[in-house]
Design a protein around this ligand. Structure first.
Ligand SMILES: [Zn+2]
Ligand SMILES: [Zn+2]
Length: 629
């Protein structure tokens, strides 16, 4: 039994999450609950009744198994700010704003599949007496907006204090993942890489000053030296963020967000300047300088996020179409005789500001769409994907390219590439002709560097993947000019600058590696390393449904995965877990098939998926959605 005894009547059960067990004779109060595996431990401890479960935060892995207990009368206590995320989850799951055009990530989608009743809510300063213990509530937001920690003081054993801190931290210097910290304050959440680190650091300091004998996290190990655990994490968060800033494309769009990372001279003038984590502001001399723009050739037009290549005989090759006004402006150019037929539309990536107006574009100009295969799979069936900035309208790609596919278009040679930059689902297009080599790089770069500010886009760290692969390609292609859809000038990177950014990424692979308990940092950054395909699908009663759980093994060795989709209770159908060995650095899927019962209600049904990976139980780690019509 995976049980740690902290004091005579205080235990931690280590399952998919850690569960605190405060015992008083045959009764218990629990902190967090997980998938229900704790029941065996309760029996072993002679506990016949659970009076209450207090939750640190609303995530599904904390609470997925508590339904039967709640139905049997156990009182459920939750953070006041997250009440609705326990008691009224349908509202969130049915809200299109929680599904499409995702730029804001509150609440986080790791929400319960079914609501549970809430009997009490807790906020900072509340105390709960239970048996001989006193439980005090600390507000510790960061991992989620309303996260709280529970400080347990055991009077009977002298001064004896333990702190159950949810997912504020995982272990000394580590967090479970960083995508839940993706929050915008000055901007939308989408632009807020590690955006909640300040609130997290504030929460960490609160934990530190409680002077507990140990911190007990939801995921991770019991920490017997809370001060050190916190200090090392604050230091690492600051270092990781600084590495990100050093080459971030966002310095071009939102320079005001980075005023703490000014020139070296500014820092030397203020030797005591510190950031919110308490760390000395580091020397920023190893930032990529923000390059000057350069003019683009006269045969290009830039409208909104659209670029147009105009051939000598007037034909147009269009890149992206995010807004209807672009369609009208192209029509205007044609009416004035400035532009002839629109012959191709290349889509750089699936983000809505690049594809929103493609249906109108196709209706108006009737030209074929061409996209990299990775992009085409998303835009042709967006219902099957849950990704940031995704548009619900499906677009047929007439031609799916692979890296290196090349063709002649009027006086130009056009070559398509997979460019896993701003997103994994992204292409690059090299257009050569009229004495120029132009790389249409979508949103992947600005003059300030690389666009990796939303890890949900799947920006992998590692040699030969993600931006490392993109920069290798840039060096190999050596374009005269790189064009970003949002930037009205061109730019380029020297070989030295490419090397600099790649060195930064290699260093990040190490330093982010220290930040997470995983054997590769991509697990802590790539929320989609386990995903369902299709994410959402329409089904009918009696139909056989096919659902895949797709796993990306970011490790260097083979990893075993065991998965089980948990079909909705009223369906009375349960699937057996299936196992698969996933080779290193590959993506593999485990396929499930099941029949939709004929007597279930129409509606939107959540199907959480239980995952065990490399022997580690992750609980209901991801989900799929079935829409029964
Ligand atoms: Zn969590
Ligand atoms: Zn984009």
């Amino acid at each position: 039994m995976a049980l740690t005894q902290l004091a005579q009547n205080l235990f931690v059960y280590h399952g998919a999450v850690n569960v605190g067990i405060l015992r008083d004779g045959w009764r218990a109060l629990l902190i967090d609950f997980g998938d229900g595996g704790v029941q065996d431990a309760l029996r072993e401890l002679g506990i016949a009744r659970v009076d209450a479960v207090l939750f640190t935060h609303h995530h599904r892995d904390q609470a997925s198994g508590v339904g039967p207990l709640a139905a049997a009368g156990t009182r459920i206590g939750v953070p006041v700010a997250e009440r609705a995320w326990f008691a009224d989850v349908d509202r969130c799951w049915n809200d299109p704003a929680h599904r499409w055009h995702l730029y804001d990530f509150r609440p986080h989608h790791l929400m319960l599949a079914q609501s549970i009743p809430v009997h009490a809510t807790y906020r900072e300063g509340d105390t709960v007496g239970w048996g001989s213990a006193t439980i005090s509530v600390l507000g510790t937001p960061g991992h989620t907006d309303g996260s709280v920690s529970y400080q347990v003081d055991l009077a009977v054993e002298g001064a004896c204090r333990y702190l159950f801190c949810g997912d504020v931290l995982y272990d000394e210097g580590q967090i479970w993942e960083l995508y839940s910290l993706q929050k915008g304050w000055e901007t939308r959440d989408y632009h807020g890489f590690l955006g909640d680190r300040r609130r997290l650091v504030h929460s960490l300091r609160k934990l530190r000053s409680a002077n507990a004998l140990a911190l007990i996290p939801s995921h991770g190990k019991v920490m017997r030296d809370p001060a050190r655990a916190v200090d090392v994490l604050c230091e690492r968060l600051a270092a990781c963020y600084e590495r990100y800033v050093a080459v971030s494309a966002l310095r071009h769009y939102f320079p005001g967000m980075f005023t703490d990372f000014q020139s070296q001279a500014t820092i030397q003038d203020q030797p005591d300047s510190r950031d919110d984590s308490g760390s000395q502001v580091r020397r920023p001399q190893d930032q990529l300088p923000v390059r000057a723009g350069k003019p683009y050739p006269g045969f290009l037009e830039h409208l909104g996020t659209t670029w147009i290549v105009c051939s000598e005989d007037g034909a147009a090759f269009v890149v992206d179409c995010g807004d209807e006004s672009v369609v009208r402006r192209i029509q205007g150019m044609q009416a004035r005789g400035e532009l002839g037929a629109v012959e191709w539309l290349w889509i750089t990536h699936y983000h809505d500001d690049h594809v929103n107006a493609v249906p109108q574009f196709q209706e108006t100009f009737g030209c074929p769409v061409v996209a990299d295969g990775s992009v085409a799979q998303v835009i042709e069936n967006p219902l099957a994907w849950r990704l940031p900035c995704i548009s619900p309208s499906a677009i047929h790609a007439h031609r799916r390219t692979q890296s290196g596919d090349s063709w002649e278009w009027h006086e130009f040679t056009v070559t398509a590439y997979h460019l896993p930059g701003q997103t994994l689902y992204h292409g690059g297009l090299l257009v050569e002709g009229r004495g120029c080599r132009i790389l249409f790089a979508g949103d992947s770069f600005t003059m300030a560097g690389i666009d990796d500010y939303c890890p949900d886009n799947r920006n992998f760290l590692g040699q030969g993947v993600g931006f490392d692969a993109c920069l290798e390609l840039v060096r190999a292609l050596d374009p005269d000019i790189i064009l970003n859809c949002h930037v009205d000038v061109g730019f380029d990177f020297t070989d030295q600058e490419c090397r600099f950014v790649r060195a930064n990424l290699a260093e990040r692979e190490r330093s982010y590696g220290d930040l997470f308990p995983w054997d590769h940092p991509n697990y802590g950054m790539d929320e989609s390393w386990v995903r369902c395909y299709p994410y959402e699908q329409r089904v009918t009663p009696g139909e056989t449904v096919h659902l895949q759980v797709v796993l990306t093994n970011h490790s260097d060795g083979e990893r075993e995965a065991v998965c089980r989709p948990v079909l909705p209770g009223p369906w009375q159908v349960q699937l057996v877990p299936r196992k698969m060995a996933v080779p290193p650095k590959t993506e593999q899927s485990i396929a499930f098939a099941f029949t939709v019962p004929r007597d279930v209600q129409p509606g939107r049904w959540l199907v959480p998926v239980e995952v065990t990976y490399h022997g580690r139980r992750l609980g209901q780690f991801r989900e799929a959605i079935l829409v029964l019509e």
